[in-house]
Design a protein around this ligand. Structure first.
Ligand code: ADP
Length: 207
């Protein structure tokens, strides 16, 4: 094995887009094609398990009204508080972000040097100032269709879907920061072709 193969550069690609734009679908497709995934939402869910640091801090702030009868986090109760009040949303972000960042940094270290492209699926990637990545993929979808899919396929109440979408950075701003745009306005077959294009682009970066 040559020195170059031994010390292969590990590409780190950010993946972002509005809620419901198709990030999870695209990241799963990129993993199928050979990438490893760091999934910020999965990390948040893990750190929100009873006894974990994010859970403890949230209960400290909002008390037992955000818990289910089983003593787990009641996500709807949290959503009802934070998506109607920007100060509460800020407070939630101040609890969640530093701890998630720490875990993301730990995973990046773990995968570094493996030579396998790392996809960082981070909903607020652009707002969070991850400047040191090798590229940013933005999954793009018109908001109206994102709302429709969230309601139809992921069980969101329509108001909740609308509130969440308007809380995210404007679509145009996101696209401006993209190195590669995945268009998810078509059906799942055309999304699959878009994922092929994205994978080819990632491979071209390491060539
Ligand atoms: P995100 O992770 O960005 O919130 P998802 O990948 O979960 O978005 O996509 C939202 C929903 O829309 C999911 O149920 C997904 O299966 C579905 N979906 C994604 N892309 C398409 C598409 N092109 N056509 C139809 N449904 C789609």
């Amino acid at each position: 094995m040559s020195a170059k193969e031994l010390f292969q550069e590990t590409l780190e690609i950010g993946l972002t887009g509005g809620i419901g734009s198709g990030k999870s679908t695209v990241s799963a497709g990129l993993v199928e094609r050979g990438a490893v995934l760091i999934d910020a939402d999965a990390i948040v869910r893990e750190l929100q398990q009873p006894g974990k640091p994010v859970f403890e801090k949230m209960v400290e702030r909002w008390g037992e009204k955000i818990l289910s009868e089983e003593g787990e986090l009641n996500r709807q109760a949290v959503a009802d508080i934070v998506f109607k009040d920007s100060e509460e949303l800020l407070a939630l972000n101040e609890i969640v972000h530093p701890l998630v960042r720490e875990e993301i940094a730990r995973l990046r270290d773990t995968y570094a040097g493996g030579g396998v492209p790392i996809i960082l699926d981070i909903p607020l990637l652009i707002e969070s100032g991850y400047e040191d990545l090798d590229g940013i993929i933005v999954v793009d979808l018109i908001p109206k269709e994102a709302i429709r899919r969230l309601v139809a396929y992921r069980g969101f109440a329509e108001d909740d879907a609308k509130n969440r979408i308007s809380n995210q950075v404007e679509r145009e701003e996101r696209i401006k920061k993209a190195d590669f745009v995945v268009d998810n306005n078509g059906d799942l077959n055309s999304l699959n072709e878009e994922i092929d294009r994205a994978w080819n682009w990632i491979e071209s970066l390491s060539a």
